[in-house]
Every structure is written in C-alpha cells, then in structure tokens.
Design a protein around this ligand. Structure first.
Ligand SMILES: [Zn+2]
Length: 288
C-alpha cells in the first residue's frame, strides 16, 4: 500500500516538477535586461546516418540522418553559441569521418571565435570537443561556460567524454554551477538536465518573435524519442541515469504540447523541417 501511494506520489510529482522547470525559465526571460534574441542558426559540421532503432528504443529500423550540429543564438549585436562540435582529429578517434565537412567546420570555428559566450549541452566530444581540444581551444576557453559537473567529467572521466584533457587548462574556463535554472542572457535560460551525462543541461530560448525553443542536446537522439517519451536503446544507456531521462522526456514532451519547439541535436530531419518552417535558420552568420 505504502509502495502504491509512493508510486502515485511520484507519478504526480513528475509532471508538476517538470512544469515548474519550464515555468521557472519563462519567469527569467527578462532577468538579464536587454532585447530578446532574433533568431537561432545551426550548422551541421558532420552529416552521418544511422537506424532510428539506434536512436530510440524499439523504434523502426529506418535509416535517418544523424548530423553533428552547432547552434547560434543571435542578438542584434552579437551571439551566443550552444555546442561546439569537434575537429577532424577528435572525430576520427570516434567515428569514420566521411561525413565531416572541413569548410563547415571552419565556419563553425569562426562563429565560435565571434561569440560573446559559448555554452555546451553536455560534455561529450561531439558537443564540447572544439572548446577543449582543438587549435582554437585556448582562444575560446575564456568565453566558454562549463558547469562544475562538465568540468569534473573532463578531468576525471576522459573515457566518457572521449577527449584527452589537460588539467592545467581547467582554470582558463568560466566554471560555474547552479541547481535548476540560470539566466545567462536576455531570453536565454539554462535548465539542468543531468541523465545523458552528469553535466547535461538544456537551453531555453525565448525569441523576440515570441517563439519559444529548447535546445535539448542529447536528452533524446531523435524527436520520436520526445514524442513517444521513449529513451535510447539499452545498449546506449549503460552510462545514463534512465530515471532522470524519463522525467526529462516527459517534461520536454509536455513543453512541446504547450507550443515550445524542442530541438534535438542529432535529428537531421527535424533540423531541416524547422529550417523550412523558419523556426531555425540554416547556417551561421559571421557578424550580427
Ligand atoms: Zn551528441
């Protein structure tokens, strides 16, 4: 009976807690004074593909694109980058690099160089590589915000991040921490979402147009995962906190039902569709 009651209490608590995360982010849209961002651009530095069943548990064996993307939250006078991808050298240690585009990577690095701030959704090589191990890393570090959990993974769990990291470089970054939500710019609020990695977070963006977007990193690997609230296949979740992911899928799905666009980093079809709909902007700009 007690177990039954606990179960119900947890079932009730999950959507409530979730909703409050989004509500908290919405309440902080104007916490940092200034004009809201005007657009979100993205660029796929690498274009790969896999089976949907590799991205979402029990999904069909349909081939779907799985790009490595970076995002640019644009303001009237500058931009913030969300995720940084990785250079060819790091890509080669994890993947075959036939889908890696050197010209696009150069554009991504230029946008990272021009960014006022850089944040990463989590500490895996395909999101953090360029700011931690590349020719541009030292230059980018002073404007790169890494959470304490992200830094801890870099320092103590290089097997998980798949990036060699020199601990003497740790002090060059903006290392910070927060419990649930943190506004970092007008209309931009970080929301903690540990699960895929200990340092995972999602980025809530309210655009000047009124549109709300959440850059959700790798909470799901395809939008079907959000829609069905199904996690990744078991083989991919050995290092994940599955209960935490389940809660995040539930609240992101709920957010989507209230009109928020939840962007999934590695879902190439979704990125294309959002670009066609004018919700995201394909490509990066080099000046505001
Ligand atoms: Zn990833």
């Amino acid at each position: 009976m007690l177990r039954h009651l606990l179960c119900c209490a947890l079932a009730l608590a999950r959507p409530l807690a979730a909703q409050s995360e989004l509500a908290a982010a919405r309440g902080l849209v104007h916490a940092v004074p200034g004009a809201l961002p005007t657009a979100i651009g993205y660029l796929n530095v690498a274009e790969d593909s896999w089976l949907l069943s590799q991205a979402v548990k029990d999904a069909e064996q349909t081939k779907v694109p799985s790009p490595t993307s970076v995002f640019q939250v644009r303001f009237a006078h500058g931009w913030i980058m969300v995720d940084a991808a990785m250079d060819r050298e790091i890509a080669a240690t994890a993947n075959d690099t036939s889908g890696f585009h050197d010209d696009r990577y150069a554009r991504a690095v230029a946008a990272l160089r021009g960014a006022g701030l850089i944040v990463v959704t989590h500490e895996h090589y395909d999101h953090i590589g360029t700011v931690t191990h590349s020719a541009a890393a030292d230059e980018l570090a002073p404007r790169t915000m890494l959470t304490r959990a992200q830094m801890a993974s870099l320092l103590h769990n290089p097997g998980a991040t798949r990036i060699p990291f020199d601990s003497t470089r740790a002090g060059r970054y903006i290392v910070f921490d927060y419990d649930r939500v943190l506004p970092i710019a007008p209309g931009v609020v970080l929301i903690k979402a540990p699960g895929h990695t200990p340092g995972s977070q999602v980025v809530y963006v309210k655009l000047a147009s009124g549109r709300e977007v959440i850059l959700s990193g790798d909470v799901a690997w395809h939008r079907v995962g959000i829609e069905t609230e199904r996690g990744k296949p078991d083989s991919a979740t050995r290092h994940e906190d599955r209960a935490a992911i389940a809660g995040e899928l539930a609240w992101l799905h709920q957010a989507e039902r209230t009109g928020v666009t939840v962007v999934v980093s590695h879902d190439g079809d979704q990125l294309d569709t959002l670009a066609r709909q004018g919700i995201l902007s394909k490509g990066l700009v080099a000046r505001p």
